[in-house]
Design a protein. Structure first.
Length: 175
């Protein structure tokens, strides 16, 4: 996640004691932004789902985060998970990364839910199906003994999420 996005998400979480993680909030916001929901509908869904107060300050924070993420999508600088280079915590970081990517895709799908115009496209449906698989990665898969292969797998998943999200955004803006 980019620093400015992380700061905006933390501000929302801290301001309203939002019970969700950074990755859940990020995935949810992006799912909504990639869908064709109207701005008012998105804001309403964000406030209700994330259990935020509906005041001027919260609306401003939502707009700021939405604009920050939208710029990342436009500029194709979207980032979901950045891996550390320190090998001492590699095992626990891999589990944390898997959890974070799983949370992100699960909440992306919740935000994207109700989108029908693009879901009829087989490429889009395939992406959504793979996101659903990723959201269940901790329930269905176990890490093997090789940290390097697990790291490579998570890197590939992370890369797929970013590329697929940018693809979905491009499809929406071109339709």
């Amino acid at each position: 996640m980019n620093k400015s996005t992380l700061e905006a998400i933390n501000h929302i979480i801290d301001t309203d004691d939002c019970p969700f993680t950074q990755f859940e909030v990020h995935g949810f916001f992006i799912g909504l932004l990639v869908s064709s929901h109207s701005k008012e509908s998105r804001k309403e869904k964000i406030i209700k789902f994330l259990d935020l107060s509906s005041n001027i300050n919260t609306n401003k924070l939502i707009d700021e985060l939405s604009n920050t993420i939208r710029q990342e999508l436009i500029n194709q600088t979207l980032s979901v998970y950045s891996f550390m280079n320190d090998d001492s915590e590699k095992g626990s970081e891999l589990e944390s990364a898997a959890n974070s990517l799983s949370e992100w895709t699960y909440y992306f799908l919740i935000g994207y839910q109700g989108e029908s115009s693009l879901s009829d496209n087989p490429d889009v449906q395939e992406i959504l199906d793979i996101f659903d698989e990723i959201s269940q990665v901790n329930q269905k898969y176990k890490f093997d003994g090789s940290k390097s292969s697990s790291q490579e797998s998570l890197d590939e998943i992370n890369s797929f999420i970013v590329k697929s999200t940018l693809y979905l955004y491009e499809r929406r803006t071109n339709d």
